[in-house]
Design a protein around this ligand. Structure first.
Ligand SMILES: [Zn+2]
Length: 138
């Protein structure tokens, strides 16, 4: 199977696929912004949720705030990104109401992702406990 040059310097996927929305083997064109993030969910068919953080400057307070950015990206079979993988995503035409990015490179498992997701789950659990305790008091 022929692998297209997508115009961005990335390592080509090893396998082929029959996905028409694959940037390497289909018709999809990658143009616009490129980001690197971590896959936080792979439960949808051929779609992953990618998350990363950015520092945004607040000029008025001369400080930075940390912003968490989360969006959906198309995950073709030849790339097959799984939860915890570091990926590079590129902007493309809207593929659905909320999806206008596609995974173009998979760097493999992110270091310390297990601990990170555990910590997140724990903090959510604590938050829930706290809310429940407040409810009980009210
Ligand atoms: Zn492909």
């Amino acid at each position: 199977m022929e692998t297209k040059n997508i115009g961005i310097k990335v390592s080509q996927p090893g396998a082929g696929c029959n996905d028409s929305n694959c940037p390497f083997h289909g018709q999809l064109r990658i143009r616009g912004r490129v980001f690197t993030g971590t896959v936080v969910s792979d439960r949808m068919a051929r779609t992953v949720t990618v998350e990363w953080t950015e520092m945004k400057k607040l000029t008025k307070y001369e400080r930075f705030e940390k912003r968490r950015i989360k969006l959906k990206a198309h995950n073709p079979a030849c790339i097959n990104a799984r939860e915890g993988d570091m990926v590079k995503i590129g902007e493309c035409r809207p593929l659905s109401k909320t999806k206008h990015f596609a995974v173009i490179e998979n760097f493999g498992k992110m270091k310390g992702y297990g601990l990170l997701s555990e910590a997140l789950a724990e903090s959510k659990f604590k938050q829930k406990k706290k809310l429940e305790a407040e409810d009980a008091r009210a």
